[in-house]
Design a binder for this molecule. Structure first.
Ligand SMILES: Cc1cc2nc3c(=O)[nH]c(=O)nc-3n(C[C@H](O)[C@H](O)[C@H](O)COP(=O)(O)OP(=O)(O)OC[C@H]3O[C@@H](n4cnc5c(N)ncnc54)[C@H](O)[C@@H]3O)c2cc1C
Length: 481
């Protein structure tokens, strides 16, 4: 069995030496810094869930390359059943972590790489698919965490890569006999500094003349020339200052941590390069990744988050003494409706999934439904947050510190005036948990992560069969054309 334990993962990640900066300082030890430790703890929990026999069906799979039992985070979907189980993995890990399953973003690129390298080799006689499969065997054998980076900094959004600073999209600056040299950066990379590997796909559909930008590759953490610059915000500062994590909104696992990854003349050997110059396949890489990512990260993962928010809002209503208020029941029902709509669309994306390209053995979710899942979630998640804020009252925004309950000067006042149908302690704890969602980073993170609504509108319109709908209308209206 090619699955590592939580302990083995911690030992491995403890040896990583990324060049990482956060909050204006160099992070010397991933295991010791409060923010990076939360990323490691969350990832370790995913390893724990994978080893748990109760979740084996969801969290593990049989490798199509070796026949071994592997983490589903490193599996290439071979059937619709695999797509369904992938959804279950996303939802389960979100329910257990309340933050990113840091093995997801890379995982969602792997099927796109498998399908598209197969297609390029099939069409052009290149060697990419064999290389990719060799890499997969290696990653599966060592049960690696692979982060995924597609989002370039992009600079002026109205300009193509060659119309501005050429490094604003990742590009090849030199081809050598042993490999390539790449320059540029990727933005918003979830968990990259604590991952074993960073996988890079093109973030733009390249055109003729832009061959240097049509590049896909993977580098190990600590590769010379790679620098990680971690996100930093009030939640980071709070976690850095807090000596007792019990008082944080998501105590063990924190926020969804991302970073800017800079590639400054980074050497990548050929056996880690999965596309180099084939501009006509960049759009395929992107759309195959996007539909997988939008079904999982955009759909099912956020269903797990909404499960938590709905649960916390219901608890808050009960703690406030509003167990039977009809308008609260109605609002909770609306939250359930929004959540289950996201789940239904993600499930439909898996249900209508199919082998793509034919003969590759790789199963892809349905593009329209994957995008619809994400689009519904964009709006639905904001509304769920708003309803949770409505139900909870102002306390998640205005509450004093829970530490006042231990302060002899005011603890009696806080216990007296913050209690309702439940003691102040319970009410404050669940308020703090809700604060993490309704007044935190997750609203924007959910909306922009895996692309804002416009990206989904474009995808849905592009694949829609509007001609057949026009014909149906013409037919029934008794018109020829
Ligand atoms: C929490 C979080 C985690 C993420 N994790 C990852 C990850 O692990 N890996 C990864 O690769 N990416 C990740 N992302 C990146 C995410 O996919 C992007 O944020 C998203 O695609 C939007 O890109 P952007 O942030 O550059 O915004 P922009 O692309 O600048 O978009 C901002 C707005 O401008 C509009 N716009 C942009 N360009 C144009 C144009 N040319 N013409 C007209 N309108 C335009 C967009 O529609 C949008 O409304 C993550 C993002 C977040 C927030």
């Amino acid at each position: 069995m090619a699955i590592k334990t939580e302990k083995e993962y911690r030992e491995r990640v403890g040896k990583l030496k990324p060049r990482l900066f956060m909050g204006g300082k160099k992070v010397e030890n991933l295991m010791e810094h409060p923010v990076t430790r939360a990323v490691i703890d969350a990832t370790a929990r995913v390893y724990g869930l994978t080893m748990d026999p109760a979740h084996a069906d969801v969290m593990t799979a049989e490798s199509h390359l070796t026949g071994e039992t592997i983490s589903r985070a490193l599996h290439i979907h071979q059937s619709k059943e695999d797509l369904f189980k992938r959804l279950d993995m996303a939802r389960l890990s979100s329910q257990k972590l309340g933050t990113c399953n840091y093995r997801c973003p890379g995982n969602e690129m792997l099927p796109s790489l498998a399908a598209t390298t197969w297609e390029i080799d099939h069409d052009k006689g290149t060697q990419y698919h064999g290389r990719f499969n060799d890499y997969m065997r290696y990653a599966q054998e060592h049960d690696l965490v692979v982060s995924g980076s597609v989002t370039d900094p992009k600079g002026d959004r109205s300009k193509r890569p060659l119309e501005q600073d050429p490094d604003l999209y990742i590009r090849v600056v030199e081809k050598r006999s042993d490999g390539i040299i790449v320059n540029g950066a990727k933005q918003h990379a979830t968990g990259a500094y604590a991952a074993d590997e960073t996988l890079v796909l093109p973030g733009i559909s390249s055109r003729a003349g832009e061959e240097d930008y049509a590049v896909a590759f993977v580098v190990p953490n600590g590769t010379p020339g790679v620098t990680y610059i971690g996100q930093y915000n009030p939640f980071s500062a709070e976690r850095e200052c807090e000596t007792d994590i019990r008082f944080l909104g998501n105590p063990a696992y924190g926020q969804r941590e991302t970073c800017l990854v800079v590639f400054d003349h980074v050497f990548v050997p050929w056996d880690r390069v999965f596309m180099c110059g084939e501009v006509e396949y960049t759009q395929k890489f992107i759309t195959r990744f996007a539909k997988t990512h939008r079904m999982n990260c955009g759909g099912a993962c956020k269903v797990g988050f909404m499960d938590l928010i709905i649960g916390a809002a219901k608890l808050m209503a009960e703690y406030n003494g509003l167990t039977n208020a009809s308008h609260i029941a109605q609002k909770i029902t609306r939250m359930l409706q929004l959540n289950d709509t996201s789940l239904a669309c993600a499930t439909a994306a898996a249900y209508f999934g199919k082998e793509e390209p034919e003969g590759s053995g790789v199963f892809m979710p349905d593009e329209t439904m994957g995008n619809i899942a994400k689009l519904n979630t964009n709006d639905g998640f904001w509304e769920v947050l708003a309803l949770a804020g409505d139900i909870s009252g102002g306390i998640p925004a205005t509450m004093p510190s829970e530490k006042e309950l231990e302060n002899p000067e005011v603890k009696a006042y806080v216990a007296k005036y913050l209690k309702a149908a439940a003691p102040a302690e319970k009410r404050m704890r669940i308020s703090r948990f809700l604060q993490n969602w309704v007044a935190g980073l997750h609203g924007l993170g959910t909306y922009q992560g895996s692309g804002p609504s416009q990206s989904q509108y474009v995808s849905i319109y592009r694949v829609a069969d509007l001609e057949s709908k026009k014909r149906m209308a013409l037919d029934l209206a008794n018109m020829v054309s």
